[in-house]
Ligand binder design. Structure first.
Ligand SMILES: Cc1cc2nc3c(=O)[nH]c(=O)nc-3n(C[C@H](O)[C@H](O)[C@H](O)COP(=O)(O)OP(=O)(O)OC[C@H]3O[C@@H](n4cnc5c(N)ncnc54)[C@H](O)[C@@H]3O)c2cc1C
Length: 468
């Protein structure tokens, strides 16, 4: 089992039971949408409202739509399920792209379902086309080629796309993103041992593709984020600094965005002193935007993404949103955020499907959860990783050996954590944060010695089990 699989298993990717509450029978959709009320009942039963054959349209063919389609089919053998994705591929996981780039898997290894006729066998129609228009009054969507699909319920799961390069010239040959399988193919075709590669960006995607790029033999230059840090949106300065130093120790050159003026033909980077540095490939990974533009004029409320309530409903009747495109409840803060991670997309897809069928499933919120393998250094952050107002923080830092633990408390509960260089606490940290277990006297012990995390977890879990 590879490190990624181990971490995924520890995190319970795809398993979400702690995170949600489901009940049936159905609550009227409009009422639930208005009140955002959360049922406390817990049952997995779904009773589809099948007075006639229902038509479900899912826009997008990523993890959120795939899980939604399968959930619909499991509960209703007769309904019509149409999943529309603009890429020409079989539904695949972007999360697997680093493994494809590193040569660990073929492109087919990224596919979300491995059997060739998986979707046909479930009678899930997969259309490869772009949706251009949604018309809520007519309950229909229109494709780029003019084809129209009517729906009883619609789910928007169009994910996001790479942000534009912060520098002019990104349309030059030899400049790519790393977002789609097609991008992955271009990167693989372009890099030979010794190729000079510039990676613009030091966020999540950039940091996890450094390892495969090095593996392919790239001579790598990485541009830091605006803060001069790596992964500043998911790690504190100590962790970001450690990851940067680690990359430099692996032969990666780091540069600051302020040192770049533009991307020129070649491709080349024009530096602040007007000198040109040529590369074989420039990869732009400077953030993402949600794919929401095609919803303009529909009345569907958007912000950074499509705004949804705890049931994944939008403000427009019969329309739901899920995955990276959805801006839903954050577990830690209760505010609405886009959590662009696959476990959230899968949870969203399933819960939206249950509700589209008339169930009453609510999502307690998505826990911010990041696991990075940057050139072989594993780092993680969970929940309120930067700490909370009035809270307390315990840290253990070993700069020389690239090891770091940070625990953030609110009262006697663990609300956020960061680790670098150790994977042994991942499941425990997630468990303690999500279960909101009071740590009692263990909090002080953890502030003294954060390595007692497992002992605290076992002791408190036993107390909870005894009390129940
Ligand atoms: C390189 C990389 C590594 C990643 N690693 C991790 C990781 O380790 N862990 C993790 O949790 N997450 C990771 N992610 C993020 C994860 O891939 C996403 O959270 C996940 O793919 C979201 O699923 P989704 O179904 O919401 O959206 P997507 O997978 O983005 O799917 C969106 C779908 O919508 C389609 N689409 C868009 N617009 C239209 C339109 N107008 N009409 C029709 N179809 C449309 C797209 O073609 C696609 O099929 C990674 C992402 C990348 C790029």
């Amino acid at each position: 089992m590879g490190i990624f699989c181990k971490i995924a298993a520890m995190l319970g990717f795809g398993s979400t039971d702690k995170n949600e509450q489901e009940s049936s029978p159905a609550e009227p959709e409009g009422k639930a949408a208005q009140s955002e009320q959360q049922s406390q009942q817990k049952t997995e039963t779904v009773k589809p409202m099948v007075s006639s054959i229902k038509k479900y349209v899912l826009i997008g063919a990523g993890p959120a739509s795939v899980r939604a389609a399968e959930t619909l089919r499991k509960a209703d053998a007769k309904c019509i399920i149409t999943m529309i994705g603009l890429e020409k591929e079989a539904p695949y996981s972007r999360m697997a792209l680093p493994y494809y780039l590193s040569g660990m898997i073929e492109d087919t290894g990224t596919h979300l379902r491995k059997t060739d006729n998986h979707f046909e066998s479930l009678n899930i129609v997969h259309i490869r086309a772009k949706v251009e228009k949604v018309e809520p009054k007519q309950q229909q969507v229109t494709l780029e080629n003019g084809d129209v699909f009517e729906y009883d319920k619609l789910m928007i799961a169009t994910g996001s796309r790479p942000a534009n390069s912060p520098f002019p010239g990104a349309d030059n040959d030899g400049v790519v993103n790393c977002w789609t399988l097609e991008d992955g193919r271009k990167i693989i075709d372009s890099i030979k041992p010794g190729s000079k590669v510039a990676l613009l960006g030091a966020g999540f995607v950039a940091s996890i593709i450094i390892e495969p790029l090095i593996k392919r033999g790239a001579d790598l230059t990485v541009m830091m984020g605006r803060t001069g840090q790596m992964v500043s949106r998911m790690m504190d300065e100590t962790a970001g600094g450690m990851i940067k130093t680690w990359c430099e120790s692996k032969g990666v050159t780091t540069i600051l965005p302020s040192s770049i003026k533009s991307i020129e033909a070649g491709p080349a980077l024009k530096r602040d002193d007007d000198s040109l540095t040529e590369f074989d490939l420039i990869i732009v990974a400077t953030g993402v935007y949600s794919n929401i533009e095609f919803l303009e004029g529909t009345g569907i409320k958007t912000d950074a993404g499509v705004l949804v309530n705890a049931a994944l409903r939008t403000n427009v009747r019969h329309i739901y949103a899920a995955g990276d495109v959805a801006q839903g409840v954050d577990f830690s803060t209760g505010s609405k955020v886009v959590h662009a991670i696959q476990p959230t997309a899968v949870d969203h897809g399933r819960i939206a499907a249950v509700n589209m069928m008339g169930g009453n499933s609510t999502y307690k919120g998505s826990l911010s959860m990041n696991v990075l393998d940057t050139a072989g250094l594993i780092s993680t952050s969970f929940g309120s990783w930067g700490g909370v107002d009035g809270g307390e923080t315990a840290t253990l830092v070993d700069m020389d050996n690239f090891k770091y633990v940070r625990l953030n408390f609110k009262g006697d509960k663990l609300v956020g954590a960061i680790t670098v260089g150790r994977t042994d606490y991942i499941g425990v940290m997630r468990g303690l944060i999500q279960s909101e277990v009071p740590l009692g006297e263990w909090k002080e012990k953890l502030i003294e010695d954060p390595t007692l995390l497992m002992n605290a977890y076992l002791a408190q879990s036993l107390d909870v089990a005894r009390a129940s």
